[in-house]
Design a protein around this ligand. Structure first.
Ligand code: LFR
Length: 489
């Protein structure tokens, strides 16, 4: 039986999962799990990239110990962050984490040189100050000029495992440097950053067989014989490939993790002015698809509040405490840039509530309630925008990722959006990574077949919308709050 391994690393945790296809069912087993976070050094936030590589190697060793001698392997991580390499392939700097504050004002500076409209028309990518375009714009010029190659984080991990350099497309599109018409790097944007095309590698499609693990690694660490396949290396691209949709009805998704990514899978980009104004993006997906979506601040807010309280409560406990609270007492505008990486998320939420004349949430339960209520209201806005921009009526909303386990948030979403929510699987990112390997090796035909297999293999839960008491009044309050708002991400 073939073994398919997925390395899936998000901003807060990573895992190595093994899968087998038995009949028409996919079976998953988690072999290794580890924490991930960025750390501050001399006023900047960095990832520990070497540690991530060690964790992958440990995961592969565990795979071998459980009897997996040969397999295919795909890697996905978050997007936008990059690694500069010298001519010998050595890293020449620490890897900045995208929440580092150095890019906070970079968009305004860059758009003095080229307009927002022109960049959106070229790339179709939403403006987020941490996009690679803005990160490279503020990166030390000399170091940038010295870089022989620029890889994204998963490209770098693939390189260290195989010795082969590529720029995988789904992650590359989040650089905001690719032209959606030519589907290549945009020369104007490259020259604006004083970069050369040959500082990047070939743009490679997910599903491509990259090669094998370096023999010296296999020997040194006693690793299985792995054929390396390019997953959709952007975790959100994998997550959407992992949605249990047969791709027939009009469906939307929320990939619910550190971020909530709400959108649709489309076969064409939609880079109109209206889409730009709503800050919708067209990230590239597997098999020529686009993810027309919006970033919403997501579970990062509750992760931070929990961490600041010494991780006293589990996420499930926090959701339970929130369920016991009165709904909609205090609301925050999740996408305010002040929530991107505050010194204290708890204080920032309290400050927002006080400044807008709302009760300040002081307990773990009321903070959690405030976050979940506010996220669900943000989803409502985003879904309405999505329908308006695409002129489609969404009949089903899939929630995948860790947030699919949050019953309160799933029910709130169904209620406030007035739509049936299908929640699960929570491991859609690893699953999407794996189904692309299955398609690549001929075991599944396409994304539709993958959707059917995922639907058969993993239980999901349906949330029917219930009516919300005082909805109109709540929506009026929410609209008033948005008028009081300061700029958002
Ligand atoms: C989710 C995600 C989002 C991206 C953000 C930064 O993990 O990849 O899609 O906007 O992280 O990379």
């Amino acid at each position: 039986m073939n073994n398919y391994l997925a390395v899936d690393i998000g901003a807060s945790s990573g895992r190595l999962v093994s899968a087998t296809l038995q009949g028409d069912q996919l079976h998953l087993q988690e072999l290794h799990r580890f924490n991930n976070s960025f750390t501050e050094k001399n006023g900047h936030d960095y990832w520990n990239i070497d540690e991530l590589l060690n964790e992958i190697i440990q995961g592969l060793q565990k795979a071998k110990q459980t009897g997996i001698h040969s397999c295919t392997l795909g890697i996905d991580t978050w997007a936008v962050d990059y690694v500069l390499l010298d001519q010998k392939g050595n890293r020449i700097h620490e890897v900045y984490a995208y929440r580092d504050a150095r890019t906070l004002h970079a968009p305004d500076r860059l758009h003095q040189l080229i307009s927002r409209e022109a960049v959106y028309e070229k790339t179709g990518i939403q403006e987020l100050n941490f996009n690679t375009l803005y990160q490279l714009f503020v990166h030390d010029r000399e170091q940038l000029a010295q870089a022989d190659k620029i890889l994204m984080v998963p490209d770098y991990l693939y390189y260290r495992l195989t010795g082969i350099m590529i720029n995988e497309m789904t992650n590359a599109s989040t650089m905001q440097l690719l032209n959606v018409n030519t589907r290549e790097f945009d020369e104007d944007l490259l020259s604006l950053l004083q970069l050369r095309r040959n500082q990047f590698s070939e743009l490679a499609e997910p599903g491509r067989v990259l090669g094998s693990l370096l023999p010296e690694l296999v020997q040194k660490y006693d690793l299985p014989d792995c054929q390396i396949i390019l997953a959709p290396t952007h975790d959100t691209a994998s997550a959407v490939a992992g949605v249990p949709s047969q791709r027939e009805e009009s469906w939307a998704y929320i990939s619910s993790g550190t971020w909530s990514l709400l959108g649709m899978e489309r076969s064409e980009a939609l880079n109109t002015k209206a889409a730009m104004q709503a800050n919708y993006t067209n990230e590239w997906g597997a098999y020529g698809t686009y993810r027309f979506l919006k970033n919403i601040m997501g579970l990062w807010m509750i992760q931070e509040v929990r961490r600041e309280a010494g991780s006293e409560h589990s996420f499930a406990e926090l959701a339970e405490l929130a369920s016991a609270e009165t709904p909609f007492v205090s609301l925050v505008l999740c996408n305010q840039s002040s929530f991107l990486n505050p010194d204290s998320m708890t204080l920032e939420i309290q400050r927002f509530c006080e400044e807008t004349g709302q009760p300040s949430p002081r307990t773990p339960g009321s903070l959690a309630r405030c976050i979940f209520d506010s996220l669900a209201l943000s989803y409502r806005d985003a879904l309405h925008e999505l329908q308006r921009l695409t002129d489609e009526t969404i009949t089903r909303l899939h929630i995948v990722g860790g947030g699919a386990n949050n019953e309160l948030l799933c029910q709130l979403t169904a209620d406030l959006l007035g739509i049936e929510v299908q929640a699960g699987p929570s491991e859609s990112t690893a699953i999407g990574n794996i189904v692309v390997q299955l398609i690549s090796s001929g075991a599944l035909e396409d994304l539709k077949a993958a959707g059917r297999t995922i639907a058969r293999s993993f239980p999901t839960r349906l949330y029917e919308p219930k009516s919300v008491e005082g909805l109109q009044e709540l929506l009026d309050r929410w609209e008033r709050l948005k008028i009081q708002a300061t700029p958002s991400i």
